[in-house]
Design a protein around this ligand. Structure first.
Ligand SMILES: Cc1cc2nc3c(=O)[nH]c(=O)nc-3n(C[C@H](O)[C@H](O)[C@H](O)COP(=O)(O)O)c2cc1C
Length: 300
């Protein structure tokens, strides 16, 4: 009923946990049954360790949060040696999120991960708004094409390209990823935003600006998923403010084959499993045999 395929990955249900909101899964092992989740996307890793941005790195906003972590991580060697043994044992598909400063770094990261059995797929984070460089790969059609093409050449694992909402026309970028051989696109990453403490006159984030997530972004993310899914043939993985099963179903009706849960994990660590059960109950209530039957079935 709930099974779905993304590239070569067979998922038992259409619910993934989003990169950067679920650590490397071990952090959540006592809080949620990891075996029940459709797939786990690990926190973005880079070639070399990164210290991340100045504190404070997160702050609450009305109906959401801002973060500017700056891709803090220990680098790929540490990930493979220290995190993969545990992740491989869970029995849930693991999708490794990677980010590079240039095409070569994406290529090297993908080549390393291609050899790791416990990894089912690679999510290309070309859309993190919190790193200091001239622009995001995901803001440029040609660069998106080139990064995905380079990664495609080096791995036969499933590639998911994660898009940024901080663009004029997200469908153009999605098409570039599809043309270059991506198996799916995921959207959205966070929206660039900021918040100021009026007493100190300073930004509430050390990095000054950050990425906005949570329920406040849901209507915009939903619209983007709707537009992208109408314009490409590969599966769309939707996210942005999904807090419950009803939110998830909205994304599926708009065209998402699979959804990801992000900020909600911080509020309720077990929410992904609740969402899975809620989608299942919805399918039963409406006598829908397979989740596939309602993907993009919005009535217009
Ligand atoms: C604290 C925090 C850290 C994040 N880190 C990453 C990351 O490392 N890589 C990535 O691709 N997205 C990262 N994201 C973005 C989420 O994966 C997701 O795209 C975004 O938050 C929108 O979904 P949501 O509204 O359900 O949180 C992060 C989000 C938050 C809130």
């Amino acid at each position: 009923m709930m099974k779905i395929k993304i590239g070569k990955i067979r998922l038992k249900n259409p619910v993934m946990v989003a990169s950067g909101t679920f650590g490397y899964a071990k952090e959540f092992e006592k809080l949620v049954n990891l075996k029940q989740i459709g797939a786990i996307i690990t926190k973005t890793i880079t070639l070399n360790p990164r210290q991340g941005n100045l504190m404070p790195r997160i702050c609450e906003t009305a109906a959401g949060m801002l973060n500017a972590i700056g891709l803090q991580n220990e680098g790929i060697d540490y990930f493979i040696k220290e995190k993969m043994p545990y992740l491989s044992r869970i029995g849930t598909p693991i999708i490794a999120s990677i980010s590079g400063n240039n095409i070569d770094e994406f290529f090297i990261l993908a080549r390393r991960l291609d050899k790791i059995n416990g990894i089912s797929g690679i999510e290309l984070n070309i859309s993190c708004p919190n790193i200091k460089c001239k622009g995001l790969v995901a803001q440029d059609q040609k660069e998106t094409y080139e990064v995905v093409k380079a990664v495609r050449k080096t791995t036969s694992k499933t590639i998911i390209t994660k898009l940024s909402p901080n663009v004029t026309d997200i469908t153009e970028i999605a098409k570039a990823a599809e043309d270059a051989g991506s198996d799916a696109v995921s959207l959205v990453n966070t929206f660039l935003g900021m918040a100021i403490d009026v007493e100190t006159g300073r930004s509430k984030l050390g990095n000054i600006t950050g990425g906005l997530s949570g329920p406040c972004i849901k209507p915009i993310a939903l619209r983007m998923v709707y537009e992208v899914s109408k314009n490409i043939d590969i599966p769309v993985i939707g996210m942005g403010g999904i807090m419950n099963a009803s939110d998830a179903i909205e994304f599926i009706l708009a065209g998402a084959a699979v959804i990801q849960v992000g900020t909600a994990n911080f509020i309720e660590p077990g929410v992904s499993v609740k969402i899975i059960k809620g989608i299942e109950a919805y399918l039963k209530k409406h006598k829908i045999e397979k989740i596939e039957h309602i993907i993009g079935s919005l009535k217009t």
